[in-house]
Design a protein around this ligand. Structure first.
Ligand SMILES: C[S@@+](CC[C@H](N)C(=O)[O-])C[C@H]1O[C@@H](n2cnc3c(N)ncnc32)[C@H](O)[C@@H]1O
Length: 247
């Protein structure tokens, strides 16, 4: 699996990805961190800061890094109280935290072997008993509900600019690999639209597989949840929100 960098997506990431579920999820995350008395958080795939900025404003002691220098630059421009760093989750090491988070399917960018490398590295950034919190597509849901046709996943107008994004994805059930193919039209008034295309692979897992991989690498599962903070439902949850504890 190739490393995927967000250089094409970065500029329009916030406009395209902003939706009510981002704010709703941040509240779920805050509740979880409070429940486990977390004070220091390392967002190891911070992107443009969707979780890191929110958590810093809530009073957590936040460290944040991401692989993409373009995403990091946008986060830094938005918020100066955190020094956002460019680093790879397979090797980033910035201390011993109460929790490491990796949100919005970032782990899916890694091959199976790189996922294990990342888990070991995440363990190095955690205190004993520290939490690793991440979400990823749920294979058990996806295998029965994959959308095989091209569809529009985003359609919005912001400051007079129209954004329409098409997805035509492929899913190799045996390899548990989803190839995302996106085409985005950005159009001001009736000007000729700019058209971006982008393509990348996402490795996906079942909750049983995640449990095995994490246990093999020195973690125990605290719980699996859905992104709304409710109980994880193997057949119906799109994502697996995993809370694992370093043993
Ligand atoms: C879908 S974005 C999520 C960003 C942010 N957490 C959010 O919710 O908006 C996935 C992020 O993972 C980052 N990423 C992918 N591979 C990475 C790696 N090996 N190390 C660190 N970050 C990585 C990408 O650069 C991207 O910013």
């Amino acid at each position: 699996m190739k490393d995927y960098d967000y250089s094409v997506q970065a500029k329009h990431y916030d406009v395209l990805e902003e939706n009510p579920s981002v704010e709703a999820f941040n509240k779920v995350l805050d509740k979880l961190l409070k429940k486990h008395k977390v004070k220091s958080v390392f967002d190891i795939t911070c992107g443009t800061g969707a979780q890191a900025i929110y958590l810093d404003k809530k009073g957590y002691n936040v460290t944040a890094s991401d692989f993409s220098k373009e995403m990091v630059a946008i986060a830094q421009k938005k918020y100066h109280k955190i020094k956002f760093k460019q680093a790879d989750m397979r090797s980033a090491n910035f201390g011993n935290f109460d929790a490491v988070i990796s949100i919005f399917n970032a782990i899916g960018h890694l091959s199976k072997s790189d996922f294990q490398k990342a888990i070991q590295n995440i363990s190095n950034n955690l205190k004993t008993g520290g939490l690793y919190i991440f979400d990823i597509f749920n294979y058990d849901f996806m295998k029965n509900n994959f959308i095989p046709y091209e569809f529009i996943d985003t359609c919005k107008e912001v400051d007079g600019i129209k954004y329409v994004r098409f997805n035509k994805n492929k899913f190799d059930k045996k390899k548990q690999l989803m190839t995302m193919n996106q085409r985005t039209y950005i159009q001001e008034g009736l000007d000729k639209p700019q058209i971006f295309t982008d393509s990348w692979d996402m490795q996906i897992y079942s909750s049983e597989q995640l449990k095995n991989i994490l246990e093999k690498n020195g973690f125990e599962i605290v719980e699996f949840l859905s992104m709304d903070g409710k109980k994880f439902d193997k057949e119906n949850s799109l994502f697996i929100l995993t809370i694992a504890k370093k043993k």
